[in-house]
Design a protein around this ligand. Structure first.
Ligand SMILES: [Zn+2]
Length: 345
């Protein structure tokens, strides 16, 4: 029956003196405590492992996790831990099965009416807590001491390591005992080169502004200066300039692949992409300009004799662009050769 006081009426004269359960001779746990006078409480017991029922005429297995209304009873003690027995009836055959707790091995053992299914997993696995007897524990301890003996080397190494560690710690403390002083020292060293660095950065920015360069400039290097000294800028060879001019086609022909690609890009690309393309073109122009104007600095007399020896054929106008490109590339190769060629003729 549901509700307030569970249907157990307590008359007004008994109120506060007796509880409803006491008045009606009932236990607070209800029907589960029917055999409480014998020390038996009915509980829901779940089979911890599969078992074979020995009462059944045919071998029948009761699976792990099957639940029973079992009579729980204290049957003994292992030191201060109680040993409980759980008795339950197998509904298929009506036979009684008893399972007891085993505090010594922290397990359940089947004591009556069934046997545990052999799964071959009784060995101790990693992570399992193995309960050892007093003798086993003693043997283990002796073994541990035996294994520790004769390890003087390890001890010495430990001593040395400890000493070294302390030394290092002392040194570190010594070096950093005055953070203010360290900070001052670091800042001083940084301040020394600051003016110089700022000046260099200013020069770079000025150059970028002046040339409208869309590219980053690296700091100047000694090698750059040396190489630059070996190079003349600007066209001085009149004959070569003429050759170059003749070799170029009269009307500028764009390469079809490049044209179509740029067209495609123009149709698709956004304004940002266009700006990028422009910057890239500018960069290429600068590079080709520098390349075109570069030739190795050399003895003018030497240059004359070489020019006389090499029979330069002027290209005809109107021929393909490829040849003009070849001509454009030529100065680099000659510059490279002259840079490494030290013979004199
Ligand atoms: Zn059975």
């Amino acid at each position: 029956m549901q509700g307030f006081n569970m249907g157990r009426y307590v008359p007004p004269d008994q109120e506060g003196l007796m509880s409803g359960n006491q008045l009606h001779g009932k236990h607070a746990l209800g029907a589960r405590a029917n055999k409480i006078s014998q020390g038996i409480l009915t509980v829901r017991f779940e089979m911890p492992f599969p078992i074979w029922c020995t009462h059944c005429p045919k071998p029948t297995i009761i699976g792990q996790g099957v639940r029973f209304n079992a009579e729980k009873k204290k049957v003994g003690n292992y030191f201060s831990s109680a040993i409980y027995s759980f008795r339950m009836k197998h509904t298929a055959c009506g036979g009684w099965i008893e399972i007891r707790t085993d505090p010594k091995n922290t397990a359940y053992v089947v004591t009556e009416g069934a046997r545990k299914r052999d799964l071959g997993e009784d060995k101790v696995e990693e992570g399992d807590i193995k309960i050892m007897t007093k003798e086993e524990r003693e043997a283990m301890r002796n073994n541990a001491f035996a294994s520790l003996e004769g390890k003087i080397e390890d001890k010495q190494r430990l001593e040395y390591s400890k000493k070294r560690l302390e030394e290092l710690q002392d040194l570190s403390e010594q070096m950093w005992d005055d953070p203010y002083e360290q900070n001052k020292r670091l800042r001083r060293s940084f301040r020394e080169g600051r003016k110089q660095r700022e000046k260099e950065a200013g020069v770079t920015v000025a150059l970028q502004d002046k040339m409208s360069l869309g590219l980053d400039l690296l700091p100047e290097h000694e090698d750059d200066a040396r190489r630059a000294a070996l190079i003349d800028y600007g066209e001085v060879d009149a004959e070569r300039v003429t050759d170059k001019a003749i070799s170029k086609p009269l009307f500028k022909i764009e390469e079809p692949a490049l044209k179509s690609r740029s067209k495609l890009k123009a149709s698709k690309a956004s304004r940002a992409l266009k700006a990028e393309e422009l910057a890239r073109k500018k960069k290429e122009n600068i590079a080709s300009e520098i390349r075109g104007n570069t030739r190795a600095a050399m003895d003018p007399f030497l240059a004359d004799s070489r020019a006389a020896k090499s029979d330069s054929k002027p290209f005809l106008a109107g021929v393909k662009r490829k040849q003009s490109q070849l001509e454009e590339d030529a100065p680099i190769t000659t510059a490279g050769v002259n840079l490494v060629d030290y013979d004199s003729d």
